[in-house]
Design a protein around this ligand. Structure first.
Ligand code: NAD
Length: 267
């Protein structure tokens, strides 16, 4: 049975652990580490999983090691593990932005396999998107298990090149905030029109949810869905014309280019 260690009992690892438990993975095959006893004990008690303060012990226990610490700590953690145990058969899954495959491989002295994952925050609800890129040493079986681990919190997309991590950051990584900004602007206007705070929020969130669900449930293009709700000369068309005249599509494209440029700077 595959054993998985989670280094760090933070937001992202907690979400993936919850997803695995919900997917029926035995708690005895999961171990979490954290320097803080409160954090790891809380998570361990909630799910019946194993816990330790010792990252090396967890890495020894597991076949797959999910690195859920802040980016600046990743290579410190992997180097520490590789200095104390044989990692040649281990698969390291890093969810950190900005720590490259080369940096992680170097910290492991080229041993073991590494998969970089770029998840997003809706993973915490099981509605995430994860871009995944595997190093050449990763076996098909390791890729399959890593995929199953990340599918516990949403959908996954394998990437052909590491540079595509920056692209997926611009789409799904930073994407939730784009929708938040749009919803925020609509909420502000709804309040200005006289709706109460609660009403404005309810109107906007249900509209966003309904629109997203229509995209999910209809097997037609998003452009077609938009056209279907836009009568010629009607109110929706008037609003959409204003968005176009203001350059919204170009603005979205430029914003995503800015996210890519920033991701490259941070790497
Ligand atoms: P977090 O701060 O919630 O969790 C990190 C945890 O690691 C903390 O509990 C901390 O105490 C623990 N920790 C610190 N040093 C440690 C060590 N040496 N050994 C073991 N544990 C240690 O952070 P997070 O939001 O879960 O993010 C974790 C990683 O996931 C980051 O690299 C981040 O870039 C990436 N990520 C997070 C999200 C997200 O939605 N939260 C999205 C994409 C990527």
């Amino acid at each position: 049975m595959t054993k998985v260690a989670f280094i760090g009992a933070g937001n992202m690892n907690s979400a993936v652990i919850l997803g695995l438990i919900n997917a029926g993975v035995s708690p005895s095959n999961i171990m979490v580490t954290n320097p803080s006893p409160e954090k790891r004990e809380k998570l361990a008690q909630a799910h019946g999983i194993l816990h330790t303060a010792n990252n090396v012990e967890a890495a020894e226990f597991a076949d797959f090691i999910v690195l859920g610490v802040k980016p600046h700590l990743i290579t410190q953690v992997t180097n520490d593990i590789a200095n104390q145990i044989d990692v040649s058969q281990k698969c390291f899954i890093s969810v950190a932005a900005g720590t490259t495959m080369a940096q992680i491989q170097q910290s492991l002295s080229g041993k073991g396999s590494v998969i970089r994952v770029m998840p997003n925050t809706p993973s915490q609800l099981g509605l995430g998107v994860s871009g995944m890129y595997a190093c050449s040493q990763t076996t098909e079986q390791q890729k399959q298990v890593a995929q199953e681990i990340m599918q516990a919190v949403g959908i996954i997309k394998w990437l052909d090149a590491e540079a595509q991590i920056d692209d997926i950051i611009a789409v799904s990584g930073s994407g939730p905030a784009y929708f938040f900004l749009f919803m925020e602007a609509m909420e502000t206007k709804a309040k200005a029109l006289g709706f109460s705070d609660n009403e404005a929020r309810a109107l906007v969130q249900q509209t966003a949810l309904g629109a997203a669900q229509m995209v999910v449930e209809n097997d037609i293009s998003i452009a077609q869905l938009r056209e279907n709700v836009t009568s010629k000369g009607g109110t929706t068309q008037a609003a959409l014309n204003t968005f176009r005249e203001g350059g919204l599509p170009e603005l979205v494209s430029n914003a995503m280019d800015s996210a890519i440029a920033r991701a490259k700077e941070m790497a």
